[in-house]
Design a protein around this ligand. Sequence first.
Ligand code: ZN
Length: 491
Amino acid sequence: MLQMVPSPPRQRRALTCAGATFLALFLAFTVQLRPASAQSVPVTDWTDADLAAAAALRDRALKGTSAYEHVSSLVTEVGPRLAGSAGDEAAVRWAMNRLGKLGFTGVRTQDVLVPRWIRGTTEVTLLGPAPQPLVAATLGGSIGTAEEGIEAGVIEFDSLASLSTGQASDIKNKIVFINERMERTRDGEGYGKVVKNRVQGASVAANLGAVAVVIRSVGTSDERFAHTGRMVYDVSAPRIPAFSLSNPDADVLSRQLKTNKQTRLRVKSSAREMPSTWSANVIGEIPGTDRAGEIVLLGAHLDSWDLGQGALDDGAGVAIVVEAARLISRMDRKPSRTVRVVLFANEEFGLSGAKEYARLIGEEHAKHVLAMEADTGIGPVIRLETQVAPESLGAIEKMRKAMEPLVIDSGVNTASGGADLGPLRALGVPVLDPVLDATLYFDVHHTMNDTLAKVDAKTLDQTVAAYAVAAYLAATKQGDFGRLSPVPFDR
Ligand SMILES: [Zn+2]
């Protein structure tokens, strides 16, 4: 309000007593007149009352939330929930019950067809002068081997790029070992640099004649856990089985190869693909008041990998968005827009739920004012990145300020928003991307060590506070965050 009354310093210095009296009268008059002239002055993003309500919401969250309880319930009552599995089906039922019990409205599902893959058993054995079993995981989507497995010599590469330029004559009939370590960073940036080894390694190796591929886990821990995750076969390449080794086991293999080029591996897997099956997105809402048709979306994914409990990936994300919305529903000052929680089906195996959501909402995508997702563990939130219209960046900065005393930096306006928001972003929906501290996240990501033991309730509360403030302010903001230019979505 105050910024509406200009008072340049030079003018203020020249004020006499009479001038001050005049200014006071002028101010009082202006303030009284504001409601009548509201349409002719620039619209503010939020009233002081909105901002005070957001601050109270933040403080309420910091006193302690039920987020830990949500994730504990999910991993205890459901456990692993690989797309299309019995656990996945149980997770959909769990989410329907949970949202219903918490008082969400419009609790419903959207049917989603998902691929079905069975891991079966995995065995990777180092043969040779010092034979030993290695801790390994079959990569998601990999074919299995014949019962006797595949036994072959090993050729090591330090990256996918060096494999790409390898000689077919060296690689033919060998097992390719891609040995590239993921770098530990606070924002998880190291993941993007090496995840292509997992996704594309098998097809690049197969095109050069390899019989199997083994990669160093895409993960930062030196504990003995192998990290699974999705791999994809190129249609033009022969299909070969793909595995990851725990970091210490990748070290053993690499050391043996240094002293003995004849080192061999035997890989065995009973993985197989089954026909596609049904899963579902689960949706629940906190209805808006005067602009209920406009939507602020809070997303996370309900599925997980099968090795662990999916406590961090993405039980924590589910808990964060559900709890942020629940806290908003308990406020006296209701949001004018609807806050919609979407728990997406099958993020891990190809974003099936996210794609289907974007398809099913049709033209309603234009009513999605802002979308945000939680899918990097428990937090805390360290930075606020966005992809919004540049003229909305001032509002984002005010939003960030409303999160203080949480220590959250401002970030770029080129954020992706996260995997499950891809199809919406492509339709032009602006995204807010709270960057979570991922320093420790990739120690357990996609491993059997992704359990509730890694979830810290206090940290989760900080993250919930940031998400709740962001969602509440987005749902009360005068005006929107603009639209992005639509682009084709090709993943
Ligand atoms: Zn995830």
